[in-house]
Ligand binder design. Structure first.
Ligand SMILES: CCCCCC/C=C\CCCCCCCCCC(=O)SCCNC(=O)CCNC(=O)[C@H](O)C(C)(C)COP(=O)(O)OP(=O)(O)OC[C@H]1O[C@@H](n2cnc3c(N)ncnc32)[C@H](O)[C@@H]1OP(=O)(O)O
Ligand SMILES: CCCCCCCC/C=C\CCCCCCCC(=O)OC[C@@H](O)COP(=O)(O)O
Length: 273
């Protein structure tokens, strides 16, 4: 009799195990697919970019953008964009946005304006075909471990922005962050905008915590809200104004982040600060 009861318990115990493994399986499957598919797309994009521009050129971002736009459907992600009108600014500007994961590339490509490239850590150049496509797309690589090098590269970028009419996308948190809030901003983006005397356009991604949890190995379908905020002018500002500009930008982005992110009670998992 006891044996029969025990036998019945086996499938009951297996159900949570299966659920856990399928959740973990889906997480790794989607992550693997994302990386592998991006590498393949980059392989397709490389010859197209070389044919289009003959080498490293910000115009290649059009090719990259058009090839990346469909990837969200495979991952079950939707984007809701607001504030499009704020991107209708002529000439160069610096876009600043929060950075939660490599998935941010999908949102970035949803709204990427023409002649806009990014500032990224130099390690990205070694990411195989993706690294090469980043280089061909004109991405400016910085060494985060050497402040003086990074400052020099960004000062050079301020000049190039004006000479070649280029827009730059910077992640002022300086690293990926999924703690359910924004990290304090580093100053590079604000020095850059002031040196070039161009406006800043803040863009806020809502929290991914309701569908994507790296530590908990969860990757469900979900909607990402992208809010483009009004530009912040820097005309007439000097390096003395960097801290104030940085604080103002942080405050508007932080409020927008809290406003558009699903509430913590709706999101899964605890907040880990
Ligand atoms: C077709 C298919 C293809 C598919 C695949 C490809 C798809 C798409 C391709 C595109 C993908 C691109 C995605 C790219 C994402 C990459 C994201 C990243 O890599 S994030 C990491 C790199 N980014 C950053 O770090 C930017 C933000 N960081 C900064 O701005 C930092 O300030 C710094 C890196 C410039 C320096 O950092 P740090 O060494 O930590 O020093 P700080 O404490 O910030 O500053 C020290 C003092 O220096 C002053 N400062 C800073 N910058 C400048 C400057 N430019 N000029 C002058 N002075 C500067 C700062 O004010 C500090 O001084 P203080 O007196 O204390 O104020
Ligand atoms: C042969 C080498 C194989 C390497 C494979 C890696 C390839 C990555 C492939 C696909 C992902 C496509 C999106 C690429 C853009 C990702 C940018 C990114 O998110 O970089 C992380 C950086 O912001 C912050 O890094 P840290 O959290 O500070 O560290």
């Amino acid at each position: 009799m006891e044996v029969v009861v025990l036998l019945w318990m086996v499938p009951l115990l297996l159900i949570p195990l299966l659920m856990w493994t399928s959740r973990t399986f889906v997480f790794y499957f989607k992550k693997f697919f994302y990386v592998a598919w991006m590498m393949c797309l980059a392989l397709i994009a490389i010859p197209l970019c070389i044919l289009k521009s003959g080498g490293r050129d910000v115009e290649n971002m059009r090719v990259i953008r058009s090839l990346v736009r469909h990837v969200k459907y495979f991952l079950g992600l939707r984007f809701e964009v607001s504030g499009w009108e704020h991107l209708q600014t002529q000439g160069p500007y610096v876009i600043i946005s929060n950075h939660q994961s490599s998935l941010d590339v999908l949102g970035l490509m949803e709204i990427l304006p023409d002649r806009c490239t990014m500032i990224a850590k130099k390690e990205l150049i070694y990411a195989g075909t993706v690294g090469l496509i980043c280089w061909l797309g004109g991405i400016v690589f910085i060494n985060r471990k050497k402040t003086s090098d990074a400052k020099g590269v960004m000062a050079e970028a301020a000049k190039t922005m004006l000479e070649d009419q280029i827009r730059l996308w910077v992640f002022p948190e300086g690293t990926r962050n999924q703690n359910g809030d924004l990290l304090p901003f580093k100053k590079g983006a604000f020095h850059l905008a002031i040196q070039a005397q161009v406006p800043l356009i803040p863009v806020v991604f809502s929290s991914y915590r309701n569908f994507y949890l790296r530590k908990e190995k969860q990757f469900k379908s979900g909607t990402i809200r992208l809010k483009i905020l009004p530009k912040i002018e820097t005309k007439g500002l000097t390096s003395d104004d960097v801290s104030d500009l940085c604080d103002r930008s942080f405050n508007v982005m932080h409020s927008a982040f809290l406003e558009i992110s699903p509430s913590v009670s709706q999101s899964n998992g605890p907040k880990s600060h």
